[in-house]
Design a protein around this ligand. Structure first.
Ligand SMILES: [Zn+2]
Length: 472
């Protein structure tokens, strides 16, 4: 799903940035390298060789070793490129503290969502992320209008980039300049001129904004009450009027610098627009869950995974605060299991034999869900914990919820256990015949087939029958 791809890239970028900015080196030993698209890799390598020899002057032996091995690691990574990719590439590398006295080397290779403009090499006790911070903003576009009685500017905000489209100076005379005419007549002329000016700005706004359906809103700013008058008096095309985001924004200027001011002052509003969308998704979920039979709601990792495997999930709601890993582990006896764990670095026990298991695959939990969702055309929405609804998703529903396409049985966990342990059937999933909230397979328990697998009941299953027998 193309839409999911963009959302996933955004999530991955944001997540990586959170991790990168959280690290503090023991010494001045965290290296950040920004390589713009037009930079020769060979030049960067030469630069790194020079830094490598400079590093031999570092007094602390530990810091010196850390810096040199970080530079080696970056060089090794860059060697894999013939030329920098589109937008360039940013590499962060360094030794960061772990529990106790331990350290570990981390390396992040970032393909930024917007172009890197300058080559940069930094070695510090933190990673240098300033050039990337602005790219974290919402990537969608907004129309921009700044207006007062003397001038107006139209522009577009895409990501963090502001593009000026049109600028107008008005011919509206100042109210203070009265000339020889009677003040009433002069006032009237001023109002006519102002009216013409507003009409001209609105017509141009129609021309540049109306055929851009990707604009999710229009921000209007300016110094005084003119902007409010302009919006209230309905100069704008009715389709554009629907997109005007309230509140309007105060700015000191109405020229190109006014557009920048508008965007700076509207950052909170832009965040709110996204939050409002997220709240709406959550409200949809709450409406379902309030229904007596739970409606089309589903939550908790096990239940949601089952519903996903059945292709029953329309929209997956995942909390951005879900800080977990999805790992595949293998124990010395050869048992493999997929597990969700808080930290892949921790010691993990084999669920079957309790031996220490080795992590053989490790993925961010949300990324794992993104991949699963793609198989069934399920839309994924990442919900930030910043709103009340988002907070509730995390606290009350474990950060994982779904809106379903059709109702599924509340007692589903047998399905996944069956097909997980049944080897060749694994890829298949079964839609239960019943949508009853009580377990539809309880009656099958007496059929006496010998199970080659073990079952565990869903915690929501109302029957207390031990699951020693496979369902029919
Ligand atoms: Zn085992």
């Amino acid at each position: 799903m193309a839409e999911n791809d963009a959302d996933r890239a955004k999530y991955d970028f944001k997540k990586a940035m959170q991790e990168i900015t959280s690290y503090r080196g023991r010494g001045t030993e965290l290296i950040s390298v920004y390589v713009p698209e037009n930079k020769q890799i060979s030049e960067v390598m030469a630069y790194l060789r020079n830094e490598q020899s400079q590093a031999s002057n570092i007094k602390s032996k530990t810091t010196m070793n850390h810096v040199q091995s970080a530079i080696d690691s970056i060089a090794a990574r860059l060697k894999t490129y013939k030329a920098p990719p589109a937008n360039g590439v940013v590499i962060f590398c360094g030794e960061v503290p772990r529990a106790g006295d331990q350290t570990k080397m981390v390396q992040y290779v970032i393909n930024p969502p917007e172009a890197i403009t300058a080559f940069m090499y930094r070695c510090d006790s933190t990673f240098f992320t300033d050039p990337l911070d602005a790219m974290l903003l919402d990537k969608r576009s907004y129309g921009l209008i700044t207006i007062d009685r003397s001038e107006a500017t139209l522009g577009i905000l895409s990501g963090s980039r502001i593009q000026v489209l049109k600028h107008f100076d008005s011919l509206v005379p100042s109210k203070h300049h009265q000339g020889g005419q009677s003040s009433v007549r002069f006032e009237r002329l001023i109002e006519i001129a102002a009216h013409e000016f507003f009409k001209k700005v609105a017509d141009n706004a129609t021309e540049v904004f109306l055929n851009r359906p990707e604009l999710i809103g229009i921000l209007v700013g300016g110094p005084g009450a003119t902007k409010d008058f302009f919006v209230k008096e309905e100069y704008l095309h009715h389709e554009l009027r629907k997109k005007v985001i309230s509140p309007l924004v105060d700015t000191g200027y109405t020229d190109e610098s006014g557009l920048r001011e508008l965007v700076d002052n509207a950052k909170g509003i832009i965040v709110d627009v996204r939050l409002t969308e997220e709240k709406e998704y959550m409200q949809r979920f709450f409406r379902e869950i309030r229904k007596a039979d739970g409606g089309l709601s589903c939550y908790g990792e096990a239940m949601v995974r089952n519903a996903l495997d059945m292709g029953a999930v329309d929209m997956l709601l995942l909390s951005e605060a879900l800080d977990k890993r999805r790992v595949t582990v293998q124990c010395p006896s050869g048992h493999t299991h997929d597990l969700t764990v808080p930290d892949a670095d921790e010691r993990i026990q084999c669920p079957e034999c309790k031996a220490n298991a080795q992590v053989i695959k490790d993925e961010d939990l949300i990324d794992d869900f993104f991949m699963k969702a793609d198989e069934y055309n399920t839309k994924v929405e990442i919900i930030s914990p910043d709103s009340e609804e988002g907070d509730m998703l995390m606290r009350a529903f474990g950060g994982i919820a779904a809106i379903l396409r059709y109702k599924v049985s509340r007692c589903l966990s047998w399905t996944i256990s069956l097909f997980r342990s049944a080897g060749p059937w694994r890829a298949r999933s079964v839609r239960p015949a019943s949508t009853s909230p009580s377990c539809p397979w309880t009656s099958a328990a007496s059929r006496g087939r010998t199970p080659p697998w073990r079952f565990s009941p869903s915690p929501r299953c109302r029957s207390r029958t031990p699951w020693s027998t496979p369902p029919p």
